[in-house]
Design a binder for this molecule. Sequence first.
Ligand SMILES: Cc1ncc(COP(=O)(O)O)c(C=O)c1O
Length: 398
Amino acid sequence: MISFSQRLQRLPGYPLAEIPAIKRRLLEAGVDVIDLGAGDNDTPPPSIAVDSMTAALRNPALSKYGFQQGLPEFRQAAARWIERRFGQRFDPFTEILPLIGSKEGLSHLPHAVIDPGDVAIVPEPGYQAYLGGALLAGAEPYVAPLRPENDFLLRLDQIPADVLRRAKIAFVNYPNNPTAAIAPAAYLERTVAICRTYGILLAYDNAYCELTFDQYRAPSIFETAGARDIAIEFFSLSKSYSMTGWRLGFAAGRPELIAALTRVKSYVDTGPFLAVQQAGALALDHSEELVAPIRSELQRRRDAAVTALQASGFTVDSPQAAMYLWVPLPPGTPSAVLARHALEEGGVIVLPGSAFGPAGEGFFRIALTVGVDRLRVAAERLGGALERVRRGPVATTA
Ligand SMILES: Cc1ncc(COP(=O)(O)O)c(C=O)c1O
């Protein structure tokens, strides 16, 4: 018999893992499914990226191993984009690292800093790759709850000093998945100061920095004084350019930090497909014109979904960023039960807050991945599900 590692056994079930099978079952049964589960927009990738990729496939040089160096043009385009977007300069060859999606870099990073007994600080609710990466590296996770009364900010200043002393890494993500919260400058300053005091690597996940509304502009962590010493920042081409399946992102940070992650990665992968890097470089160079329509479409979807959910009996605020609504439920309503009713009777896939851990209970997440008409239909069906849950009786074994 094969016995599996404790590290493997400690991994909680991945919230999105079962959705494709459930969706297939419902579609086969003829259900009109509205999938608001994964953060995977229905908008197509930019045609300049598609054209570039198509041409790249005919260039045999781009079918070779990329290794960690990857395509120099991608590194250079990433450095140019960071400078245009945030006014921060990074050397393309020592301070930027191409990633097979930012998830890959985020989940591998703990291997660079964790020794047995070290603590990794992870948000809950939060993107699951942080906890998974920490557990697989053998870290002791410290789960920091993101609470509405703290504006869903991960408050390092509320973590006991003895935990901070043992912590080697903290994952911080704003604009946030799943809460869509954003981080004020004063908060980022406090966070950087604490990481500097305790020597904690700040893994700043900025996957949603381009998806902002109402004139809000999301900063880079490097706009905070002193961040360069302790932070590494992760960017993704997935959401801003609807290129989720292409698997492309990058990390930025000072050379020692980038070199450490490069060293880990050189043992586990051989870098993103060079053809994808070529297309990605073009997307980054055209970022302003490509992201604007995605941003305004998401803003329309946000407005339509918020209005429709409110009309269906939910109380939900209008977020300024990301692509999610984190919808509170009436007290005592189990999120898994609501999600199951929505799915089985309404064909609407949402993520229950409890799928993100106990601190996510009391909410559910919808991703703004379909057009306004479908979002309105989904909101109505979710309202029906809420009614049924309220009327009860309900099973609690979802
Ligand atoms: C907060 C956050 N970070 C990172 C990612 C990963 O993005 P990718 O690996 O596609 O770049 C996601 C994807 O949903 C996310 O929500």
